[in-house]
Design a protein around this ligand. Structure first.
Ligand SMILES: *[C@@H]1O[C@H](CO)[C@@H](O)[C@H](O)[C@H]1NC(C)=O
Ligand SMILES: *[C@@H]1O[C@H](CO)[C@@H](O)[C@H](O)[C@H]1NC(C)=O
Ligand SMILES: *[C@@H]1O[C@H](CO)[C@@H](O)[C@H](O)[C@H]1NC(C)=O
Ligand SMILES: *[C@@H]1O[C@H](CO)[C@@H](O)[C@H](O)[C@H]1NC(C)=O
Ligand SMILES: *[C@@H]1O[C@H](CO)[C@@H](O)[C@H](O)[C@H]1NC(C)=O
Ligand SMILES: *[C@@H]1O[C@H](CO)[C@@H](O)[C@H](O)[C@H]1NC(C)=O
Ligand SMILES: *[C@@H]1O[C@H](CO)[C@@H](O)[C@H](O)[C@H]1NC(C)=O
Ligand SMILES: *[C@@H]1O[C@H](CO)[C@@H](O)[C@H](O)[C@H]1NC(C)=O
Ligand SMILES: *[C@@H]1O[C@H](CO)[C@@H](O)[C@H](O)[C@H]1NC(C)=O
Ligand SMILES: *[C@@H]1O[C@H](CO)[C@@H](O)[C@H](O)[C@H]1NC(C)=O
Ligand SMILES: *[C@@H]1O[C@H](CO)[C@@H](O)[C@H](O)[C@H]1NC(C)=O
Ligand SMILES: *[C@@H]1O[C@H](CO)[C@@H](O)[C@H](O)[C@H]1NC(C)=O
Length: 457
């Protein structure tokens, strides 16, 4: 009851950006009539229908409980309260952000040394709009100049509770439209986490990717609801759902993503990753890569299983994107090419698509418009043992009559790419017509290949 009164006060006093207002109202509207200082049960995580590559360690139940205090004014930085509760309940306890409470995080939080702790977020948490502070203080992750609001890592950590994390993205989308070199923080940084679960959370308006998972093993994401489109003419760019990096045995499942870049993306050294039962809307698909961006580095993406995904309003469904062997530029702040490595043992199975530009796209010419140049300097990254099966639905008009693109830069760097049970149709009614190049077409079952001549543009 106490909380209900404070909602009204907070609502009247809120002067935040439009995007924030929307997210907070959405949060309020999802609350039950009566709230109390209750403790969320830790969600049971089951793996269905596919099993992870390796078994997950057990997570013992917790003892002590710490409630996080709050100024509850949507203005004052609550970070000291958060650190205080986390420090008190680390090593065997549970930290609760109670339902109906609001928090502002205005300090980059180092949560990298967590151990045997549950974090029960029932509340609304907003990251402050101080873009100067965040650019100077967020955690620099090096890869693609990524930065994160916080780093959550350690051993045996479970985060859940049904609450909402709001990245206050609108101010960042508008700023990025003016200057592409600003560093936009990632909403949720899972960095160096050995065993854990992140589940039942709403993530809204991330300035950049929603999730970055790096240096982590045995982590599952489940029941995550992602959404956030820009409300100005500046687009919400690079808002990937999840990017995995230097991580092994990760599961992402049973989630809904409404965003404007990759739904899930496997960056360098992502191995043993299972992705299943997702709805992705507005995305760039489920992507391997981009890889081979940095000369001198060796990128591995291996043992990936993607199952039962529906994709709408997307540029791609299943996608493998590799930079060529020569320097290339996708945009001013995204350049690369010349790196080496391997993409191996990748399975995509049961994808249902609606209004997707390319249902399937394999390219080794990422960021390079000149195909002649691309073929002259084939990618140093091999692609082997890829199976894409049971992909069905209707593409968008964009490439009609073509519904997919499978083009390697040389037959020597691609082998055993198999397509099976593909049933795609374009808006004009053409079925399974693809652009193909430098691949074994006999393995593209049921595909009518328009072969791209080596050297054509
Ligand atoms: C940033 O947040 C503060 C505190 O909530 C608010 O007073 C201010 O108007 C916001 N600034 C912008 C540009 O949204
Ligand atoms: C991961 O671990 C490596 C090696 O310890 C370290 O150099 C790097 O900064 C860590 N974080 C990321 C995002 O790679
Ligand atoms: C980071 O950004 C700088 C310029 O803003 C650019 O020169 C550099 O290549 C970028 N680094 C990476 C790793 O993308
Ligand atoms: C990926 O793994 C390979 C092989 O262990 C290693 O050479 C390379 O440096 C790793 N790359 C990254 C980005 O960690
Ligand atoms: C596929 O995923 C949807 C949710 O996106 C789920 O409802 C359905 O049960 C899943 N199908 C299978 C066979 O697991
Ligand atoms: C799906 O994405 C489109 C943009 O492609 C957007 O207009 C629409 O609102 C999204 N749907 C939902 C439910 O968010
Ligand atoms: C390849 O991936 C599949 C799952 O898609 C897995 O069952 C199999 O063990 C992997 N192969 C190897 C050699 O690891
Ligand atoms: C795709 O986008 C259109 C609007 O552009 C929207 O009406 C539709 O609901 C979206 N599909 C899904 C599954 O969200
Ligand atoms: C593409 O690259 C080739 C080979 O380097 C070069 O001869 C040609 O001029 C380039 N075409 C364009 C449009 O830049
Ligand atoms: C990358 O490919 C280019 C062109 O094919 C080649 O000249 C270069 O030696 C390769 N580099 C590595 C590290 O394999
Ligand atoms: C081709 O790749 C599939 C996995 O995608 C694998 O099961 C099969 O054994 C591979 N075939 C050859 C000839 O290597
Ligand atoms: C394959 O594509 C060609 C060129 O668009 C077309 O003429 C032909 O009818 C197609 N074949 C089938 C079996 O769809």
């Amino acid at each position: 009851m106490r909380f209900q009164t404070s909602f009204a006060a907070v609502l009247l006093n809120t002067l935040g950006a439009t995007a924030t207002w929307t997210a907070y109202q959405e949060y309020l509207s999802g609350l039950p009539a009566h709230v109390s200082k209750h403790q969320s049960p830790r969600p049971a995580i089951t793996f269905k229908p596919k099993q992870p590559f390796e078994k997950f360690p057990k997570s013992p139940s917790r003892g002590r409980t710490c409630y996080v205090q709050s100024h509850n004014d949507l203005k004052t930085d609550d970070s000291p309260y958060i650190l205080d509760a986390v420090n008190k309940c680390n090593n065997g306890g549970r930290v609760i952000f109670p339902q109906g409470t609001t928090y502002v995080i205005g300090t980059a939080l180092d949560l990298s040394h967590l151990s045997h702790i549950d974090i029960d977020i029932q509340a609304y948490i907003q990251f402050s709009n101080d873009t100067d502070y965040w650019q100077a203080n967020s955690f620099f992750q090096t890869f693609q100049n990524a930065t994160t609001f916080f780093e959550l890592g350690g051993t045996d950590v479970n985060v859940y509770g049904g609450g909402m994390l709001d990245g206050n993205g609108q101010i960042w989308y508008d700023l990025y439209a003016k200057n592409i070199y600003i560093l936009r923080p990632i909403l949720f940084g899972t960095i160096g986490l050995q065993s854990g679960s992140i589940s039942n959370l709403k993530m809204r308006y991330s300035p950049q990717y929603y999730n970055f998972i790096a240096n982590s093993t045995d982590v599952v994401f489940q029941g995550i609801d992602i959404s956030g489109f820009s409300q100005s003419s500046a687009l919400a760019k690079n808002t990937d759902g999840w990017d995995t990096y230097r991580s092994n045995n990760i599961v992402i499942q049973n989630s809904v993503i409404n965003n404007g870049d990759d739904c899930v993306s496997f960056k360098p050294n992502s191995t043993e990753i299972l992705v299943q039962n997702l709805h992705c809307n507005g995305s760039h698909g489920i992507s391997v890569g981009s890889l081979g961006q940095y000369p001198g580095s060796y990128d591995i993406v291996e043992n990936i299983e993607v199952y039962n995904i529906s994709l709408s309003n997307a540029t791609d469904g299943a996608r493998i994107k590799v930079w060529p062997g020569t320097a290339s530029a996708l945009s001013g702040d995204l350049q690369g090419g010349g790196g080496s490595g391997r993409v191996n043992n990748i399975t995509y199975e049961d994808l249902s698509i609606t209004n997707v530009d390319y249902a399937i796209e394999v390219t080794q010419c990422y960021g390079q418009k000149n195909l002649t140049l691309c073929n002259e300097f084939p990618s140093n990254l091999t692609i082997t043992n890829v199976k894409i099966s049971n992909v069905h639905g209707t593409t968008s008009k964009k490439y009609d009559p073509i519904s997919g693109y499978v083009v390697c830069s040389s037959p020597t760097v691609c082998s055993n790419i198999t397509l099976e049970d593909i049933a795609l149709v374009t808006p004009s009614g053409v079925e399974n017509e693809f652009t193909c190049g430098a691949v074994d077409e006999s393995l593209l079952h049921g595909i009518n290949c328009t072969t791209l001549n080596k050297g054509s543009n």
